[in-house]
Ligand binder design. Structure first.
Ligand code: CAA
Length: 248
């Protein structure tokens, strides 16, 4: 009997995170969804909903912008489930503002949660992956990290930075059985895109060659591919899942 790989999905109870958790559970992994400590109630309800839908997914609170909290989270997971073999860095926020109006707090919040979190979590699982001789890391970036976006200097910087980490980890992990890849979603049907002004969102969708937003499951499918044992030769890639919005 083989034991299921332990998969940690940060921002796991969000729109894209939920689809990723469900997909990795279907793939046979033991999935742990991270959420912010302030979301305890929502996370309990989410866990029940998942159970109702037939998914046994564990939840764990941690502020991914805090290195110490991430160290504690990873240690708790290790004790309860074993070392993390698959890590999906999916936690992210927006604080959209034209650059002229952007305040330092909005810059820092996005860099902390979207980019520094990748260091905070990955650094704490990296040595276990090295020791196991196996690891799958997927960083959920964005089309806007590849092309920039009006009103998102903070977000675009963080999302572009994520792929820089990916490429470095891919090189350091290559001979050790660890792959690191980025998935860059376009505009996906989630609370994050719903929070945009309707006219701005409509204008963006009109510019997507497929004329629609992506579905969370379509992002999860890419993550499933990149975390599969069979795809161990794919590393350092940045896989766009954007309906044709940006090609390079
Ligand atoms: N390019 C050039 N000029 C633009 C522009 C664009 N894309 N968008 C707006 N402008 C111009 C406007 O025409 C306007 O010009 P005037 O002052 O001459 O009239 C000026 O810039 C101000 O525009 P807004 O009215 O939009 O400014 P605002 O302050 O009300 O809003 C904003 C600013 C909230 C940042 C808004 O522009 C916005 O929502 N932008 C989109 C941000 C975005 O795409 N967020 C994605 C969230 S989802 C996500 O992030 C997930 C993911 O990974 C894709």
């Amino acid at each position: 009997m083989t034991t299921a790989r332990v998969a940690l999905v940060t921002g796991g109870i969000g729109g894209i995170g939920t689809a990723i958790c469900q997909r990795l559970a279907k793939d046979g992994m033991r999935v742990i969804a991270n959420h912010h400590p302030s979301e305890q109630e929502a996370a309990s309800a989410w866990k029940n909903d998942q159970a109702g839908a037939g998914f046994e997914i564990h939840t764990i609170a941690a502020d991914v912008s805090s290195f110490d909290d991430c160290a504690r989270m990873v240690a708790d997971i290790k004790e309860a489930h074993g070392p993390v073999a698959v890590l999906v860095n999916c936690a992210g926020i927006t604080r959209d503002k034209t650059f002229k109006k952007m305040e330092e707090a909005q810059w820092r919040a996005v860099i902390d949660v979207n980019l520094n979190s990748v260091f905070n979590v990955t650094r704490n699982v990296w040595e276990d992956m090295l020791e196991a001789g196996f690891g799958r890391i997927v960083n959920i970036s964005s089309v806007n990290g590849q092309r920039g976006q009006f009103g998102q200097a903070n977000y675009a910087a963080a999302k572009a930075g994520m792929h820089g980490i990916t490429m470095s980890l891919a090189q350091e992990g290559a001979a050790k059985g660890i792959t690191a890849n980025t998935v860059s979603p376009g505009y996906v049907e989630t609370a994050m895109t719903l929070a945009m002004r309707d006219d701005v969102r409509e204008a963006i969708i009109a510019g997507v060659p497929m004329r629609r937003m992506g579905k969370p499951e379509e992002i999860a499918s890419a993550v499933s591919f990149l975390t599969a044992e069979a795809n161990g030769y794919v590393t350092g890639a940045n896989l766009p899942v954007n309906g044709g919005l940006f090609m390079h």
